[in-house]
Design a binder for this molecule. Structure first.
Ligand SMILES: [Zn+2]
Length: 229
């Protein structure tokens, strides 16, 4: 038997090998139990990451390979490591490192974006009225919805960047044209703020950025608003 092509097994499992390496590894794996098992380990990892991210394994595989072969478009060192690893000849990369690269790349690619998480959060709300908040001014990379459940307190779901240090997102109930402070969050990503001020029919809701302790009245323009419920 020839030597085990250990350094090619992860790429083989991903379908990232070109001929003649692919044919060589394929022929070897067919007659070698340890290598078959290792390839299976990579495939199981790929499938479990794909499943966790709710994408087809073939789709995740092609995204990984496409990203690797397109070089390092955003200049991150992770891409460089990955690209270098896939580039032949690379008989020096230890298998353990290959696994780490495979898993970390798969994790990065598979992590749902905030936009995806926001969309699925909204899609999974039941028994509630949902009003989309409008963005204002030049701030466009934000999303928000006011959720008025049949039972329980109304709340807003926001997709926002993390506020700068010392700042927070503050929700307001616009009651008879007076903004009432209604809750804070210093987080970014997909954020839920339960409204602490009562929301009456016809009230509006807005979100501003404020000092992290909150303000008694808004000190900045709203970034998201629904004029009337
Ligand atoms: Zn082998």
């Amino acid at each position: 038997m020839t030597e085990h092509p250990q350094d090619d097994l992860a790429a083989f499992a991903l379908g990232a090998l070109d001929e003649p390496e692919r044919g060589f590894v394929d022929a070897h794996v067919r007659i070698c139990v340890p290598c078959t098992e290792e390839v299976e380990t990579y495939r199981v990892a790929l499938h479990s990451y794909a499943s966790a991210a709710d994408v087809a394994p073939s789709d995740l595989r092609s995204r990984i390979v496409a990203r690797a072969s397109s070089g390092a478009p955003n200049g991150r060192s992770r891409d460089n490591a990955w690209t270098a690893w896939l580039r032949r000849p690379i008989a020096l990369v230890p298998v353990a490192l290959a696994v780490v690269i495979l898993v970390s790349i798969a994790t990065v690619l598979a992590r749902p974006s905030d936009a995806d998480r926001y969309a699925s959060t909204i899609a999974n709300i039941r028994d509630a009225r949902i009003l989309e908040l409008s963005t204002t001014n030049s701030v466009s990379d934000l999303q928000g919805s006011l959720v008025i459940p049949r039972e329980g307190a109304p709340y807003v779901v926001l997709r926002v960047h993390a506020p700068p240090s010392g700042r927070a997102w503050e929700a307001w109930v616009l009651h008879a044209n007076t903004p009432l402070p209604a809750g804070l969050s210093a987080s970014g990503g997909v954020v839920t703020i339960t409204l602490t001020a009562p929301l009456a029919a016809g009230d509006g809701v807005a979100v501003t950025q404020e000092p992290s302790a909150g303000s008694a009245a808004p000190t900045s323009d709203p970034v998201l608003v629904v004029p009337r419920t």
